[in-house]
Ligand binder design. Structure first.
Ligand code: SAH
Length: 345
C-alpha cells in the first residue's frame, strides 16, 4: 500500500499515471492529503475513483488517537495512531515565532538511555517517512485556521539516525511546497550521537540544526547513563560535531539533562566547558523530567542556575530550556507509556 503523505508531486504524478487517471488529479491529491483528508472526504473525486484509490493507497497513515492540552501553557500533546495498531507521540508548542512540532521517528527506541521513557520496551519498528509527514499533517489539521506548523524538531520517541534512510526522505520531502513547506533551517534533528551517521548527514547538504544529546562532561559519566557511550567516545562524537559545523556552517546544540548527583556538580560544569571550548555551539540545560520507572532524580532550581552560571563565566553560550506541557506528560515517551500501562491492566 502506498502512503500518499510520503509522495512528492512527481511521485504522485507517476502514481496517477499508473492508475490511468488524468494528470490534474496529482496536484489535487497532494492538496487533499496535506489537508488531512481521507478518501471518504475527498468529495472532489468521483466515488468510484475514491473506491479504487483505496485499494492501492493509504491517504492518511497517521490519525489522532488522543489530544491533551496543557492548562498552564498552549502546549498540545498528541497520541498518534498508526495503521498497525502502534502509537507514537508528538508535542505541539506555541512560541512567539509560531508553532513548533516535536515528532517521533520510531515506535520506541533501542538506545537504552537510562533516564528516558521511550526506550523502556526497546524499538518496535521504524516509522516510514510518510508516517512522519503524517504527524505534521495531523497537527496542521488540528490547528486549522489558527496556523500551521512552521518548525519541526525530531526529538520525540526514537533515534532519528537509527532510522537514517526514512528520516532523510522525510527531510527531503517536508520542505517542499506540495508537502508541509517547512524550511530545513527550521528543523532540528536530535541524536544521541551515532557517529558514522552524523558524518553521513553532514555530507548531505541538508541545512538542519543538529542537536546532540550529550548529558555528560566525560566518557565515564556518559557511560553510566547512555549505553551508546560504550560504542563511541565523547572525543569521536565531538569530532563529528566539529565536522558538522564545518560542513553546514551551523552551530551544534548540546542537550544536557541535569540529573541529581550524576552530572550536576560545579566541576562537571567546568569540565564540560573545557571540552566544548572552541566549538561553535550552544548548551541547552534541561532539568531532568523524572520518569516513574527510572530511579534518577532531578535537580533544584538553584543547581540549574549555578551550572548555567559556571558555563557562562567560562564563555560557553548556554540557556535553560523552558519546560512546556509538564502537566500533560510532555516528556519523551511518557504519554505512550501511560496508555500502554493502562491497556495492560
Ligand atoms: N534519540 C534522540 C532524540 C529523542 S530524545 C536523542 O537522543 O537525542 C529527545 C531529547 O530528550 C534527548 O536530548 C533526550 O536525551 C532527552 N530526554 C529523554 N528523556 C528525558 C528525561 N526524562 N528528562 C529530560 N530529558 C530527556
Amino acid at each position: 500500500m502506498r502512503e500518499l503523505t510520503g509522495l512528492s508531486l512527481e511521485e504522485m504524478q507517476d502514481f496517477v499515471r499508473e492508475l490511468g487517471l488524468p494528470a490534474f488529479r496529482a496536484k489535487q491529491l497532494c492538496q487533499a492529503v496535506q489537508k488531512g483528508m481521507d478518501f471518504e472526504e475527498m468529495s472532489m473525486l468521483p466515488s468510484s475513483l475514491r473506491q479504487s484509490l483505496q485499494e492501492y493507497a493509504v491517504a492518511q497513515p497517521v490519525s489522532v488517537l488522543q489530544v491533551h492540552t496543557s492548562a498552564v501553557d498552549d502546549t498540545v500533546k498528541f497520541l498518534f495512531a498508526l495503521r498497525d495498531g502502534n502509537c507514537v507521540e508528538g508535542v505541539l508548542m506555541h512560541y512567539h515565532y509560531g508553532y513548533s512540532l516535536c515528532i517521533s521517528t520510531q515506535v520506541g527506541c533501542r538506545m537504552g538511555c537510562r533516564f528516558c521513557a521511550s526506550t523502556l520496551e526497546g524499538c518496535v519498528r521504524n516509522l516510514t517517512h510518510g508516517e512522519m509527514i503524517g504527524e505534521v499533517v495531523c497537527a496542521n489539521r488540528y490547528l486549522g485556521e489558527k496556523g500551521r506548523v512552521g518548525h519541526i524538531v525530531l526529538m520525540g520517541a526514537g533515534e532519528p539516525l537509527d532510522n537514517f534512510d526514512e528520516v532523510i526522505q522525510f527531510l527531503r520531502l517536508v520542505n517542499r511546497e506540495e508537502s508541509c513547506g517547512v524550511g530545513l533551517r527550521h528543523i532540528s534533528l536530535s541524536t544521541c550521537g551515532l557517529v558514522e551517521n552524523m558524518y553521513r548527514l553532514a555530507d548531505m547538504d541538508l541545512p538542519v540544526t543538529l542537536s546532540l544529546s550529550l548529558h555528560a562532561p566525560n566518557d565515564a559519566v556518559r557511560r553510566t547513563i547512555m549505553p551508546v557511550a560504550n560504542r563511541y567516545s565523547m572525543a569521536d562524537v565531538l569530532d563529528a560535531c566539529r565536522y558538522y559545523v564545518k560542513k553546514t556552517g551551523r552551530r551544534v546544540i548540546f542537550e544536557y539533562a541535569l540529573i541529581g548527583g550524576v552530572n550536576d556538580s560545579e566541576s562537571h560544569a567546568r569540565e564540560l566547558a573545557g571540552r566544548l571550548r572552541g566549538l561553535q555551539c550552544h548548551v541547552n540545560l534541561i532539568p531532568l523530567n523524572e520518569v516513574r520507572e527510572r530511579n534518577l532524580k532531578g535537580v533544584s532550581e538553584e543547581t540549574v542556575r549555578r551550572f548555567l552560571k559556571t558555563l557562562e563565566d567560562l564563555h560557553i553560550s548556554a540557556t535553560r530550556r523552558r519546560e512546556m506541557g509538564d502537566d500533560i506528560a510532555g516528556a519523551c515517551g511518557q504519554l505512550r507509556r501511560q496508555v500502554l500501562n493502562s491497556t495492560e491492566r
